[in-house]
Design a protein around this ligand. Structure first.
Ligand code: GZL
Ligand code: ZN
Length: 364
């Protein structure tokens, strides 16, 4: 399976130019103000084409729009909103698509029913951002039996990879390891009593970030993970879990929130309890997503480390579909790599120190 590792280095630009690894095709993405450069591919990448090919996505040869069903997780977080907007921007009529979008509202059964609906409508393609990793084999087999290619995006599924054409997403285990490696650098051997607010139960983002963080924590006997409960990637979930933690634990100095919205809820709970956090507080907060507001809190010194998970992935799904449309074989796996950001005053070999310029240069 060819693997394409793309680094998503976002900087200010009015035209999105994507240099994509293998095959070095370049594509102007409709995603606003993002310049991403391929970092590397696993195989030696051919010399990148310099000039951005003005390859405009266009309706299929017969002028027909390509019909695509997108079964989205829900609307649980700011990250999700950015992901949805990105798919709606890219899968537009001017790009040759007719998009049927279903927000599954974090409900697994509803998401599987949405996919069955797309199959009944005999759409050309189905895109799934799976809420949970489990439970997908049957409906993916139904889609394959109906001759409808499926793309799995954002999160991943525990299913036979021959049941879908491609997976596009970030490496959640790497994100978890990035967070823990930064904490080790920051604490430099000091003790840590850690509380974790996990994401949605059974989601690959949750499983991966937890696994990655624990991989590194295992090397630090001076750390203790006191508890790890799901806040369901929502602000209210983060607040509820933090409120219960405050009742149960009086001696903690690190809170790991598996997305920004949970961090906002945790901060509300700590404010209400008079617990200080941030670079000048008693508690160090680590978050994931690096959304605009999450990075504002990082710039303000309230979140100490924020690990990015880049939601601007729709252009890669567009590329997979256009490759299939032209009879080609798309990369089975596209991994969009991430970076980390830390609060001003923190220097790190692993992360970018936040400035207003960095924040202004972000695309979401
Ligand atoms: C990550 C994505 C997660 C985000 C959350 O790829 O699946 O789901 O981290 C979102 O904000 O709810
Ligand atoms: Zn250690």
């Amino acid at each position: 399976m060819k693997k394409k590792v793309l680094s998503a280095l976002l900087s200010v630009a009015m035209v999105a130019t994507l240099l994509v690894g293998c095959g070095s095709s370049t594509e102007e993405a409709a995603a606003p103000a993002a310049t991403e450069e391929a970092a590397s591919t696993e195989e030696a990448a051919p010399a990148e084409t310099e000039a951005a090919a003005e390859e405009e996505a266009a309706p299929a040869a017969d002028g027909e729009l390509i019909t695509v069903g997108f079964a989205q997780v829900g609307h649980e977080s700011d990250w999700r909103a950015a992901c949805t907007q990105n798919y709606q921007d890219i899968f537009s009529a001017e790009n040759g698509y007719e998009l049927s979008f279903v927000d599954a509202d974090n409900d697994n059964a509803a998401q599987i029913e949405a996919v069955r609906g797309f199959i009944q409508q005999e759409l050309d393609y189905i895109i799934i951002a799976p809420i949970e990793t489990a439970g997908w084999d049957t409906v993916l087999q139904e889609a394959q039996d109906a001759g409808i290619p499926v793309l799995i995006v954002d999160r991943s599924v525990d299913a036979d990879p021959s049941l879908y054409e491609a997976h596009i997403g970030c490496d959640m285990v790497a994100e978890g390891e990035m967070a823990a490696n930064w904490l080790a650098e920051y604490l430099n051997g000091e003790e840590a009593k850690i509380l974790v607010i996990e994401g949605t139960v059974g989601a690959s983002a949750t499983l991966g970030r937890t696994e990655g963080f624990n991989n590194i924590a295992a090397d630090h006997s001076e750390w203790e993970i006191l508890d790890s409960q799901s806040g369901d990637f929502t602000q209210s979930g983060g607040q509820e879990v933090m409120e219960s933690y405050i009742k149960s634990y009086s001696d903690f100095n690190v809170v790991v929130c598996q997305n920004d919205n949970e961090a906002y809820g945790a901060m509300d709970a700590m404010d209400a309890a008079g617990i200080t956090y941030g670079v000048d507080g008693d508690v160090t907060i680590i978050s994931f997503d690096a959304t605009h507001d999450g990075l504002q809190y990082t710039l303000d010194g309230k979140i100490s480390c924020n690990v990015e998970c880049n939601p601007l992935q729709a252009v890669f799904a567009d590329q997979v579909i256009k490759t299939l449309e032209s009879g080609g074989t798309p990369d089975a796996e596209t991994v969009v790599t991430d970076e980390a950001f830390v609060a001003p005053g923190i220097t790190s070999a692993l992360a970018t120190t936040m400035t207003q310029e960095v924040l202004d240069g972000r695309a979401y």
